[in-house]
Design a protein around this ligand. Structure first.
Ligand code: MLT
Length: 266
């Protein structure tokens, strides 16, 4: 298990991994997980980069905020973390909800970005139906427990081949969700329902950008990620075979190779 450090934002503890030296690479996890979804990246990439992987507020070992936590607030927490660490610019890599947060970070703190890496994410906001469903999810998780989210999400997270050949990954994710604070899950679900549509803003992204998507991603499909890569000037696009929505967890070597290849040429 990675060695966690902590700092505090107005009394809320934020835990994070800070491992290795070199160009800072900030890894932002998806919903409703924690930094451990990046274990395969932390271990391999910290040999050449300074890998920072926080538990977002409400997740993992970080403190919890009640109510709604917006993507903007998560992005602000990341900016505070960089200030705490004395880091000026980072390569910011986010998966799914981590990608929504990366977009908000870009909107507010573009001058702090060396590059962006979007994994298995979307630029569009929720449809009214999807946003309404987040409210149902948030209420249900508080009332009935985290298994409601785990049961709904886990079947959609992995490629069929991962489910067959690496069933322990679904168990790993289930255990992470089981130990996540219910208020943290609800707050982030409500925050995602309020997030902005970035589709029209993608053309203004100026930093080097890489998009990575599992070939069988059922949540952020290849075609949607490809459309993002066409909208962002000079973006690169990489499809990961035999992977779904959790490409970095399912195929860590292929994802690490894509990230390293991109960073080497940056
Ligand atoms: C995630 O993996 O972070 C979620 O699928 C994001 C979402 O629910 O939109």
């Amino acid at each position: 298990m990675a060695n966690m450090k902590t700092f505090s934002i107005n009394g809320t503890k934020i835990s994070f991994v800070d491992s290795g030296n070199g160009t800072p690479l900030l890894l932002v996890h998806s919903f409703p997980l924690d930094h451990s979804m990046w274990d395969g990246q932390i271990e391999a990439l910290s040999a050449r980069y300074r890998v920072i992987a926080p538990d977002l507020r409400g997740f993992g070992q970080s403190g919890v905020s009640e109510g709604v936590v917006t993507m903007d607030q998560f992005a602000g927490d990341l900016a505070d973390l960089l200030v705490f660490l004395g880091i000026d610019k980072v390569v910011l890599c986010g998966l799914s909800m981590g990608g929504y947060i990366a977009l908000e970070f870009w909107r507010k703190y573009a001058n702090r970005l060396r590059a962006l890496i979007f994994c298995d994410t979307r630029a569009k906001n929720d449809t009214p139906e999807a946003a309404a469903n987040r409210l149902v999810v948030a209420e249900k998780v508080i009332r009935e427990g985290s298994h409601t989210v785990a049961d709904a999400m886990i079947p959609k997270l992995f490629s069929p081949i991962t489910m067959q050949e690496q069933p322990h990954l679904a168990e790993k994710i289930k255990q992470v969700i089981d130990r996540t604070d219910l208020r943290g899950i609800a707050a982030a679900a409500l925050g995602m329902a309020q997030r902005a549509d970035f589709t029209a803003e993608l053309a203004r992204i100026r930093c080097p950008t890489l998009l990575i998507v599992g070939e069988s991603d059922a949540i952020s499909p290849v075609a949607e990620m490809q459309a993002i890569s066409k909208a962002v000037p000079n973006a690169e696009f990489k499809t990961i075979p035999q992977a779904g929505h959790m490409a970095p967890l399912e195929q860590p070597q292929a994802v690490n190779a894509a990230i390293e290849d991109f960073l080497r040429r940056m």
